[in-house]
Design a protein around this ligand. Sequence first.
Ligand code: GLU
Length: 309
Amino acid sequence: MSVRGRFAPSPSGRLHIGNMLSSLLAWLDVRSLGGEMLFRLEDLDPERSYEDSARLMAEDLRWLGLDWDLGWPMEPDCRQGRRTREYEEAFGRLGEKGLLYRCWCSRAERLAASAPHPGEENPGSCRCRTLSGAEIAALERRGRRAAYKVIAPDETVTVEDGHYGTYVENPAREGGDFIVRRSDGVFAYQLAVSVDDAAMGVTRVVRARDLLPSAPRQKWLIETLGGTAPEYCHAPLIVSPSGRKLSKREGDLNMEPLRERYTPEKLTGVLAYLCGLIDRPESVRPRELVEHFDWNKVAREDVILPDWV
Ligand code: GLU
């Protein structure tokens, strides 16, 4: 099977230095394996406007020297906002397998339900799973719209992460049933990303470490839908000196000021140095890093942002 990686940004703001590190590693990973890169826009929420962020994100990746062979914008439909039919189809198949139920919990309740409660048999399973027909009818009469949850498997799912090693989870016990479709009808990230990675022939998923806990659920969903899960390889996060994850809101570390302060080669050098690929933050082009790219050189612990960046 040919190697295919992907950039899958949610166009909700400008890319920041942490996104650039995972993008650089995703690109190096696939290029060092002689594979193709795909760009998919993860614009699931129809309430938001994406055009400007999407264009700027693509421009920022190209500016650094990260290119792709397939996907958006060459293929305008390679965006989640245009793939509802594919998600409907997968959703239908989960329903046929008896794996879905309607959930009327409020958003806050759902978030609480997904927090781990050690010792509880099935922390993420809400009461909606066992409502009686009469209770459901009463909720329907009140006009409340329901989200849909998938019944998480009560089994061990093992992901061999290419960077962090074996990652084991029992989705039912550790995360519980999870939402695949919101009450407004919008499909949820876990379903969309799983459907897309399988349908688009993605074989290497490289992304930031904060999504590692999602990998078992995605692998299970893909396999349940009859697909082949990609290999997952998570990248370290860049964190502030206090250990906080950077967010797109951290304006001074997004690509707008970074592009004013650095040349593409200088910024690539800083990223490569911060994660351990090179010994000094010297100017380098991404393609010059391909030949000697090795995940063993990449830090596993989070990278603390030094004050000189
Ligand atoms: N769209 C997600 C984000 O920008 C990433 C999804 C993924 O890599 O699985 O956070």
